[in-house]
Write a protein that binds this ligand. Structure first.
Ligand SMILES: [Fe+2]
Ligand SMILES: [Fe+2]
Length: 145
């Protein structure tokens, strides 16, 4: 059984954003699996991939918030930046040999659930109002190739 499953309660109403959140949930499940297997190398690799992907997702969100003239874009970005700093601290601890994965997994799940349901859903409403076919797709290919 997986650690966490994405479900409709986490939907923000924009498919491409939901897809990215689902991918983050997948990484978290992979991280949980690697921890269960006691595979430290795999934990390190997944941690790096998870942070890379999440950072790209954040930059993507920040870009579409700007394009849709979301009024709280600046404060939303600050929340992203603080979260990345926090996760980087976990990575530092992991690299120094500490077993931080269980705590990190639960923090990731709680933080993401709250962030998606409040902050992301709020800007997604604005994006949905502004959506003209094409621009979100163009932004997507700029960030995710
Ligand atoms: Fe998000
Ligand atoms: Fe966000």
């Amino acid at each position: 059984m997986s650690y966490w499953s994405w479900d409709q309660s986490l939907s923000v109403g924009v498919d491409v954003i939901d897809g990215q959140h689902q991918r983050i949930v997948d990484y978290i499940n992979d991280l949980h699996l690697a921890k269960q297997e006691q595979n430290r190398d795999k934990v390190s690799t997944i941690l790096t991939a998870l942070v890379d992907y999440t950072r790209t997702h954040f930059v993507f969100e920040e870009d579409i918030m700007k394009q849709s003239r979301y009024p709280l874009a600046e404060s939303h970005k600050k929340v992203h930046d603080a979260f990345i700093l926090h996760i980087n601290e976990y990575i530092r601890q992991h690299e120094s040999g500490k077993d931080v994965t269980p705590k990190l997994l639960s923090e990731l799940q709680i933080w993401l659930t709250n962030h998606i349901k409040k902050d992301d859903r709020d800007y997604a409403l604005c994006v949905n109002k502004m959506t003209k076919k094409g621009w979100i797709q163009k932004t997507l290919s700029r960030f995710f190739g």
